[in-house]
Structures are given as C-alpha cells and as structure tokens.
Design a protein around this ligand. Sequence first.
Ligand SMILES: Nc1ncnc2c1ncn2[C@@H]1O[C@H](COP(=O)(O)OP(=O)(O)O)[C@@H](O)[C@H]1O
Ligand SMILES: [Mg+2]
Length: 272
Amino acid sequence: MPPPQPGQQKTPLPGIKHVIAVASGKGGVGKSTVSANLALALHMYGQRVGLMDADIYGPSVPLMFGLGTVDQTKTPFPIEKYGLKLMSMGFLVDPNQAVIWRGPKVAQAVGALLFQPPWGELDYLVIDLPPGTGDAQLTLSQSAPLTGAVIVTQPAEVSLIDARKGVRMFQEVNVPILGIVENMSYLGLPDGSKLFPLGQGGGAKLAAEIGVPFLGEIPIDQEISKCGDAGEPIVRKHPDHPVSHAYIRLAQTVVNELMKRPTGGALPEVEL
Ligand SMILES: Nc1ncnc2c1ncn2[C@@H]1O[C@H](COP(=O)(O)OP(=O)(O)O)[C@@H](O)[C@H]1O
Ligand SMILES: [Mg+2]
C-alpha cells in the first residue's frame, strides 16, 4: 500500500481546530490517564475540549469520568462532564461486557464515534487511541484530520520497543509526532529523592533517537490511579497537586509544539 499523502482520504471535522491523538504501542502504559488529564488541563486554560475514547475493546473514559452506559434518547452525544465533551464505546455497551468484533467492524465503530456526534466548536479534540498498531489505529490515523500525535511510553525497554512501532505507524501515514511523554518515570520519596523502578531516561532516549521533542515525565503516584478509578481525574480533583502540575506543564508543552506548526494555537497564561 503506498503511503497516503497529507490530506488524502481525510474526513473533515468542521469546527474542531486541533485533533491530537494520544497513542502508544502497548496497553497499560497510562495512555488513557494521560489523555483524560491532558484534556482537563487544556480545559483549565478556558479551551473548548473534547475527549474521544477510541478503545472499543477496553474503553476507560466512562470509569475515569464516573459514567456508565447512557440512554441516547435522554442524553444526547457527546456527553458533557467536567466541562469536556466525551465520547466512548462504553456509553453504548457496558465495559464489563466484552465486545467481540473483528477489525473492520471495530474500525467502523471508531469512525462512527468520531464523525457522528455533533461536537460543535472545539479548540482541541483529544483522541485516546487503543494500544497497538492494528486496523482501528491505522484507519483513524488515515481518515481523521489529525494535527499530531503524542506518544506515551514507560521508561523500560519493552515499552520503548512498542512505542517505536506506534511512531512508525504515524510516520507512514504522514501524521506529525508532537513528541514523547514518559509515564511512570519515577517514584518520589518523602525525603525528596526519587526511585526509578521501571528504568530511567527511556522516554528522552526514544525522543532523541527519532528526532522528536521530549514532552515531559509523569511520576508514579497512587493518587493518579485512585482519582481515575473514582471517576474524577487528578487534574480536576486536585489541580494543585504536584502531579497535576506535571500534566498542566505537559498541556503547555503540547500546545507550544502545535504553535510551531502552521495550524498552531496559543494558550493564555496560567500561574502554576
Ligand atoms: N503515573 C501513574 N501513576 C500511577 N498509576 C498510574 C499512572 N498512570 C496510569 N496509572 C494507572 O495505571 C493503569 C493503566 O493506565 P491507563 O491509563 O488505563 O493505561 P492505557 O490506557 O495505556 O491502557 C490505571 O489503573 C491507571 O490509573
Ligand atoms: Mg486505555
């Protein structure tokens, strides 16, 4: 298959200024958590933000936002919560019920979740991509007008191998890589020192290797998972927590990268 040219086969998303895909080659690296907190951090700047959960087999937006399946006749899509516009397969099918579809049907469902809801005017639409580089990811990277992709990795080599595959996929379909985020970078100890249980510096190393910006590191903190599991991500629940500051700085860095591009935007100043 010849690589598509920029703009080819893209379905427009009118009214949406920037579409940011958050991806990783591997599951469980913290992609959904980064997506949710990044979206909420952008919203803190007064931006109009949507979050689309493209993980059909393992949607996590409903859990992280304290929501379940939704009766569409009563609550129109996209669902609004904490100031964000949300879309997820988990609003249609109970996440505890397995979706057992083949690739083409999954790709179709992802397209419907993205293109059917009336998003209205948005400054940013964050797309939480499923792990891996399969049908759904490829279809979306080819058909959605992605401004750029943020790749999430953990510091360990096993995670980097998969992140490289994710990077390659976007490069093949000419989607710019905005940069690499390293999640679970370190564990902060009460005396201010740091432990590196998953290795050290892998994200920055990968960014240098492929020549893209390193967007920042998010520490391991049980408050992150606690808040996510309780339906209110940490940036919303504890905006003054040091970990929330890491996500807010990440949002600033992502927007700075976008600003360097012809379609870039700007964020107003927010004191940390
Ligand atoms: N920095 C972090 N510190 C602690 N727990 C985290 C962190 N990032 C993610 N988690 C937790 O790890 C698990 C997997 O994260 P998730 O965002 O669902 O990963 P993915 O979307 O890549 O599969 C979740 O329980 C989440 O709360
Ligand atoms: Mg996920």
